[in-house]
Design a binder for this molecule. Structure first.
Ligand code: AHR
Length: 506
């Protein structure tokens, strides 16, 4: 086997972009135990006066999540926002079509907004463009963002919320290209509706930012024609187009699984190209930004979920999408985070889907504590140390092929410079499942900076998981693996590992 190697040159002046902190966002959907039994559980020993679990709040704060998309997801395409506000005892229970559950409406727009304040995140509000349209969208915007004096703003005040919420980012529907979506539409139908909705909403509140639905994944037969058609309708009235993508190791082929971040790379590049093509067609001066507002690993619980929805429907907060993540899932999550940072010039928002109990980094026990899944850690590191300017990774690496991908680099890496804190962080994954390797790191342009620490997430067992009582997969600091060698550094990257190598100005 040829020797594995990697060389990374980090140059101060090779800037991709200032990273928008919102790429470390997340997502709470009214699905399974995300809301009920997740963020909200009035009877729990850690519940606060509003019924929100403080143990969950603490973990969300530790992750420093800046933005949380809500209330769906597929849920939103049959969501009647009016049912979720006002006196709780008067709110109806509704049939929830996306997940075949019963929605009790104990938590709604106002409660979620209050929870966001507690965790220090801004809400990202999704609109129902499945069963509803312009009118409901405008009424909800008025309810949320307008000062008292008109019908829906006054209704908010009557409900006890005097101040407008000032919700800035709004999703124009969810996955409208998907036949599974309630109220699924063709690209022309959707593009037209989204454009008209966007124009009306911006008349009400011109300060808002709007996200158009892009494709639900790269495998959609309509990708990327969907982007072309919908943007041709709505290019001038929206600010972002969305991307959603989930991966899974369905055939237990870890090398092929790790290579899937190359598909994410392809997805982003293709959407960028399509946006720029529409920009050219329209002779527009505006550059469309990207909102990767659903991404993660999702496959472990698929069969169980199908069975629950088919055979035991209409439960309140059933166990759904409770994927139990293993070590290799954390590595792919790390790879996806690096991919987002590499595209920070165009990807300005990204939401790991989701946050609590449902395909989530945080899990809760009904009568016990909240705990961290394996995928929690790369998100934590990225959100903590991945703030600042993303630098162009001038990287050479040995490569390998997998079942579905060729020329897969062994190493994927990015460096982020936090000028204010005078810190430089190199994130690197060794995707080789067979060999450790040494990566040369040249940071000569960072005068006065020296090595601070090397954090690693590694494990011998790809299938190792965390549970409420045991943390088999946790990061550790390994200070003997990064050494100064001449005027550069050498870092040992263990096979299948996530590495965070930090430098600071003396
Ligand atoms: O996050 C789970 C689901 O995945 C969302 O509801 C939907 O938008 C996507 O298909």
């Amino acid at each position: 086997m040829a020797e594995k190697f990697a060389k990374l040159k980090v140059e101060k002046d090779f800037k991709i972009s200032e990273i928008d902190k919102r790429i470390y966002g997340s997502f709470i959907e009214h699905l399974g135990r995300a809301v009920y039994g997740g963020i909200y559980q009035p009877g729990h020993s850690s519940a606060d006066e509003e019924g929100f679990r403080k143990d969950v709040i603490d973990l969300v704060k530790e992750l420093q999540i800046p933005i949380v998309r809500y209330p769906g997801g597929n849920f939103v395409s049959n969501f009647y926002w009016e049912d979720s506000v006002g006196p709780v005892e008067e709110r109806p229970r509704r049939l929830e079509l996306a997940w075949r559950s019963t929605e009790p409406n104990l938590v709604g727009i106002n409660e979620f907004n209050s929870w966001c304040k507690k965790v220090g995140a801004e809400p990202m509000q999704a609109l129902n463009l499945g069963t509803r349209g312009i009118e409901a969208a405008c009424n909800l915007l008025e309810y949320c963002n307008m000062p008292a004096g008109t019908k829906y703003a006054d209704l908010r005040v009557k409900h006890g919320y005097k101040d407008p919420m000032g919700i800035k980012v709004w999703n124009l529907g969810n996955e409208m290209d998907g036949p599974w979506q309630t109220g699924h539409k063709t690209a022309d139908e959707y593009g037209h509706l989204a454009d008209e909705t966007a124009k009306a909403m911006k008349l009400i509140d011109p300060s808002i930012e709007l996200v158009l639905c892009g494709s639900s994944n790269t495998g959609m037969p309509t990708f990327p024609l969907w982007e072309d058609t919908s943007l041709t309708w709505a290019y001038d009235s929206v600010d972002y187009i969305s991307l959603h993508q989930y991966y899974g190791n369905r055939f237990n082929d870890t090398a092929n699984f790790f290579a899937q971040s190359d598909d994410m790379e392809y997805f982003i590049n293709t959407v960028k190209a399509t946006c720029d093509y529409v920009k050219a067609k329209k002779r527009s001066k505006k550059t469309m930004m990207l909102s990767f507002d659903e991404w993660n690993v999702w496959f472990h619980a698929n069969e169980e979920d199908d069975d629950t929805m088919k055979n035991r429907p209409w439960q309140v907060a059933p166990h759904l999408l409770e994927d139990h993540y293993d070590f290799e899932d954390a590595i792919l999550v790390g790879l996806m985070l690096i991919t987002l940072m590499k595209h920070s010039d165009r990807v300005k928002i990204a939401c790991m889907a989701q946050l609590v109990n449902v395909i989530a980094p945080i899990m809760t026990e009904e009568e016990g504590p909240a705990w961290r899944q394996t995928i929690y850690y790369p998100l934590l590191h990225a959100s903590k140390y991945g703030r600042g300017v993303a630098l162009q990774p001038v990287l050479t690496s040995s490569k390998h092929d997998t079942l579905d991908f060729t020329d897969v680099t062994d190493v994927v890496s990015i460096a982020v410079w936090n000028e204010e804190k005078e810190e430089l962080t190199v994130f690197a994954v060794n995707r080789s499942v067979e060999s450790d390797l040494v990566m040369d790191i040249d940071i000569k342009s960072f005068e006065g900076y020296s090595y601070l620490e090397h954090i690693v997430l590694e494990h011998d067992d790809m299938k190792a998981v965390n549970t409420v009582t045991s943390e088999a997969v946790t990061p550790k600091t390994v200070n003997d693996r990064t050494v100064l060698d001449g005027d550069g550094y050498k870092s040992k990257l263990a096979k299948s590992s996530w590495n965070v190598i930090r430098f600071r100005k003396n």
